[in-house]
Design a protein around this ligand. Structure first.
Ligand code: MRU
Length: 392
């Protein structure tokens, strides 16, 4: 596929263009597009790109964690909507129906990260708006005189996806700035899963304050939980921190408590996939026990996330849908070609996330600032209504 325009958000936290989490290619007057993803299932062994040209390919890439991490899933899905096959003969009504079907289809790819649904809602608003003519429209080739309303809407959708991508970059940067004060006095910080540049447009959420401090001359040492069963901490967090020159030590998840007891952990910072109205936060399985341990050892426990990770419609974390993944990921951690670690006749479960109650969270750091000891009133005041991309 030839490409005449590439929309991407450059990462300064990871190595080079081949390691950008998400790139978008527009070709042929925006009619032939592709979402070009860094295949995170292949890291750290290889920097392989996974190019999705169809909706099923993109859906599969999200489901298989080729692209993963709450904000990155949302960005990829937003671009994904523009892969909807629209015929030149389609009426505006037909095209709108196809785009809405695509949005609903992509929404089935993963259930927990609310950023996916938030991004798709933004795309839906463009599809349903009677006048989806964006300012970018003027400058894009596809809006040449005489372009049809279907063509105009298509261009508006591309523009919205690019905006979602760019807004995320600014939000991560802002989270980094707001969070840096919390970590400035630390020497050793522990994180779980990957909430870095790979999980977002760039910089990440939990890793953003670490990158921010590193850029400003203060380098922390990071303990990265390996994060069973898919090892996002060992494979991804360790990889991107090392690329950025931040010292990192991988530990198995079960080592965290011992390190805390020995005084080796000054703070814990993690991301989130969905935060309920009362501040309960869903994140990668294994986060909750860390918060309990942090509480016992009186270590600050921070959650870093953009405000689009809040789901104010859910009163508490008990209502957050938790993705149950294939037990094979636990049985056979190396993938289908690896060794089976569990006897065949023994059951396994594989919930991908757990929920940390707000009372165990020292503060939530967003692009708007810091919510100390989060509760329903503070969160409502912080987020305002409605939650929009707003960069402080
Ligand atoms: C900034 S990413 C925050 C979360 O999405 C992250 O911590 C996480 O749990 C990712 O889970 P994953 O299953 O790898 O998508």
């Amino acid at each position: 596929m030839g490409s005449d325009t590439t929309a991407s958000v450059n990462s300064t936290s990871i190595a080079d263009a081949s390691s950008e989490t998400i790139r978008y290619r527009i070709a042929d007057r925006a009619q032939c597009a592709a979402v070009d993803l860094l295949d995170q299932t292949r890291l750290p062994e290889s920097l392989t790109r996974c190019v999705c040209e169809t909706l099923p390919q993109l859906h599969d890439a999200i489901r298989r964690l080729v692209v993963r991490g709450a904000p990155a899933i949302g960005i990829a899905a937003a671009y994904g909507v523009t892969l909807t096959p629209i015929e030149s003969s389609d009426s505006l009504e037909t095209a709108r129906t196809k785009w809405i079907d695509a949005i609903e289809y992509l929404a089935t790819s993963r259930p927990t990260a609310v950023n996916l649904f938030w991004a798709l809602d933004r795309m839906r608003a463009i599809v349903e708006s009677p006048e989806s003519v964006s300012p970018e429209l003027e400058s894009m080739e596809a809006t040449a005189k005489g372009a049809s309303s279907v063509e105009s809407l298509r261009v508006s959708l591309v523009a919205e996806a690019i905006r979602i991508h760019e807004d995320d970059r600014a939000m991560c940067r802002s989270i980094g700035r707001h969070g840096s004060g919390r970590l400035a006095e630390c020497r050793n910080v522990l994180t779980h899963c990957n909430a870095g540049g790979l999980a977002t447009s760039t910089f990440g959420t939990a890793l953003a304050p670490i990158y921010y401090l590193h850029e400003h001359g203060k380098t922390l040492h990071v303990y990265a939980d390996e994060t069973r069963p898919l090892l996002q901490g060992a494979r991804l967090t360790a990889w991107e921190l090392a690329q950025a020159g931040v010292p990192v030590t991988v530990i198995t998840d079960s080592m965290a408590g011992g390190l805390m007891r020995q005084g080796h952990v000054d703070a814990i910072i993690v991301g989130a996939d969905r935060i309920a109205a009362n501040g309960d936060a869903a994140n990668k399985i294994g986060t909750y026990p860390l918060a309990v341990l942090a509480h016992y050892h009186r270590i600050p426990f921070y959650v870093a996330a953009p405000t689009n990770t809040f789901d104010l419609a859910l009163a508490s974390g008990d209502l957050i849908p938790i993705e149950q993944r294939d037990g094979e990921e636990v049985r056979c951690p190396g993938g289908p070609s690896g060794r089976t670690m569990v006897p065949e006749n023994v059951d396994v479960i594989n919930p991908a996330f757990d929920v940390t109650p707000a009372e165990l969270i020292t503060a939530i750091i967003t692009e708007r600032g810091v919510i100390e000891s989060p509760n329903v009133d503070k969160i409502a005041a912080h987020c305002g209504s409605p939650i929009a991309n707003e960069v402080g």
